[in-house]
Design a protein around this ligand. Structure first.
Ligand SMILES: N[C@@H](CCC(=O)N[C@@H](CS)C(=O)NCC(=O)O)C(=O)O
Length: 227
């Protein structure tokens, strides 16, 4: 895939602050592309789901309109595609890099093992119609997410200073955002102590300071916050 000048690229990103659009938006920020945002929060109810249904029949965000006009869904696919399209940004290991297999493994693990659980949580009645049973499902699914973080932490190797070693990658952006969702960043630190320093480094990256402030601010108590 030929590299293009990032500033020539214009994207439309459907999402909402703190949603799965956030790592994609962070990546586009580091790449230096132009982004128009359309804020839709489907987890807030059917009215919001309807708003996005014409763009993504899955009625979910993120969705990304590429410069070509093609519409893309699936956050991991967006991050992988952007990494390959903009090698000059250095946000992913090259196809022949020894780190590529590890990168692909964890970039797929995140949506397969963890992100997919939020579909169940975002409207518990979809799979658990009995309201009295929903708190148990919410608790157990949160525990499953925590366990998946722990398993990743045990197997990722030596994530220093970033999750793949020397360079910040799409994987860091993805984990830095998802680790703020249920069961909270505070729990993530306990489950994934090896990965904790890398995500804190992403939180504090000066190139992203204005972005975080605008799209996923670190408000008081954020490390204990739930979503
Ligand atoms: N596989 C999708 C999952 C997207 C997803 O679960 N998005 C959430 C918001 S972060 C959503 O739209 N939830 C609303 C719902 O499922 O009703 C991806 O990786 O992009």
């Amino acid at each position: 895939m030929p590299a293009t000048s990032a500033s020539e690229d214009r994207y439309v990103l459907y999402g909402a602050p703190g949603s799965g659009a956030t790592p994609v938006h962070a990546a586009l920020t580091l790449i230096g592309a132009q982004v128009d945002t359309v804020d839709i929060a489907p987890w807030e109810g059917d009215a919001e789901r309807e708003r996005v249904s014409g763009v993504n029949p899955m009625r979910q965000v993120p969705a990304l309109r590429l410069p070509s006009g093609e519409l893309m869904t699936e956050s991991a696919a967006m991050l992988l595609w952007l990494g390959d399209r903009h090698p000059e940004a250095g946000l992913c290991p090259a196809p022949d890099s020894p780190l590529r297999a590890r990168y692909l493994r964890w970039m797929v693990y995140l949506p397969a093992a963890i992100y997919s659980i939020y579909w169940v949580r975002d409207d518990p009645s979809r799979l658990v119609p009995d309201a009295a049973s929903q708190p148990a499902m919410l608790e157990r699914s949160a525990e499953r997410i925590a366990h998946c973080w722990h398993l990743m932490d045990e197997q990722i190797g030596n994530p220093s200073p970033y999750l793949l070693g020397e360079r910040l990658s799409m994987l860091d952006l993805y984990v830095a955002v998802m680790s703020r969702w249920t069961p909270t960043r505070e729990r993530f630190y306990r489950e994934a102590p090896r990965m904790a320093e890398a995500v804190k480094r992403v939180d504090a990256d000066p190139r992203l300071a204005a972005f975080w402030a605008a799209r996923f601010p670190f408000v008081a108590g954020w490390e204990q916050g739930q979503s």
